[in-house]
Design a protein around this ligand. Structure first.
Ligand SMILES: [Mn+2]
Length: 287
């Protein structure tokens, strides 16, 4: 069977874009996919974009790195559109079709941590796990909220999960509805606010270093996490720090190709027919 990945840039370091123009491109085959912070059950969740991603990318191993379902939000008021059910169904279909699916719950779905060690309809639930890349690097996969204690969180960011953040996301949603009608690309208000706030930037930096230090001390080659809704792929403290981002503001996934090369895919760009961002990807090159 011909392998569609042979036409992706991962085989040729010189090529930097994925041929994704149009919505009916070939299925993209990769080794592993890591997604987190989907927040199903909240208004901010961008389920349609995630569905498009999941339907077009085939992987051997899918990691759900926490905050997949937002139980905190569901307790405050029920919000569950049909697209959120379709996300879960698509994931279960992948598991049934042979994709290994590992679910590492986060703080918004921490009730599922009690199920660590169990397998539900082919989905393995783990508190955390070690992923060995195709090039034999050992990466800790964990949601990341355990590093919160090591960082000084600005008050307004500490309200994440409470109301402030939801208001920001609701505003962002409206703002983007308007931008969409005007033919403008998606723009993240929350991302903009975070980027504008020096204190928030320091929080993110401290979080990243705490996470990297944690895995370096454990003798591992790197970490894959989520939680702070800020995708990243770089070397910190001598280890790989990979944050797969989120599907509320950024619509990003961490992807491992068959050679073990990691990259961050930013899906709205693919939806818009623009090249997927694989420019900030080569951890090996940046090391
Ligand atoms: Mn979280």
């Amino acid at each position: 069977m011909p392998d569609p990945t042979s036409s992706t840039p991962h085989d040729a370091a010189t090529r930097r874009v994925l041929p994704l123009a149009g919505s009916l491109g070939p299925m993209i085959r990769v080794r592993s996919v890591f997604i987190s912070d989907v927040h199903l059950g909240s208004r901010g969740c961008r389920a349609e974009a995630l569905l498009d991603f999941l339907q077009r990318v085939r992987c051997e191993h899918l990691f759900l790195v926490g905050d997949i379902v937002d139980l905190w939000n569901l307790r405050r008021g029920f919000h569950w559109p049909e697209s959120h059910t379709r996300v879960l169904r698509t994931i279960l279909d992948k598991a049934a079709a042979g994709t290994r699916v590992t679910y590492v719950p986060g703080n918004h779905d921490d009730d599922f941590r009690e199920l660590a060690g169990a397998a539900l309809r082919g989905v393995e639930v783990r508190r955390d796990c070690i992923h060995v890349t195709a090039d034999d690097r050992r990466l800790l996969v964990t949601h990341g909220d355990e590093f919160d204690g090591a960082v000084q969180c600005p008050e307004w960011l500490a309200a994440v999960g409470a109301t402030v953040y939801e208001v920001v996301l609701a505003l962002n949603h409206r703002c983007n509805g308007l931008r969409h009608r005007l033919g403008l690309p998606y723009w993240s208000l929350a991302g903009f606010l975070k980027a504008q706030s020096g204190r928030a930037l320091r929080y993110i930096e401290q979080f990243e270093h705490a996470a990297a230090q944690g895995v370096r001390r454990a003798g591992l080659d790197g970490i894959v996490c989520g939680h702070i809704h800020r995708q990243a792929l770089r070397r910190i403290e001598g280890v790989v720090y990979a944050n797969d981002g989120d599907w509320v503001e950024n619509c990003t996934a961490l992807v491992e190709d068959r050679n073990g090369r990691l990259s961050i895919w930013h899906w709205p760009q693919a939806l818009a027919g623009q090249p997927v961002d694989v420019a900030r990807t080569a951890v090996e090159e940046a090391a």
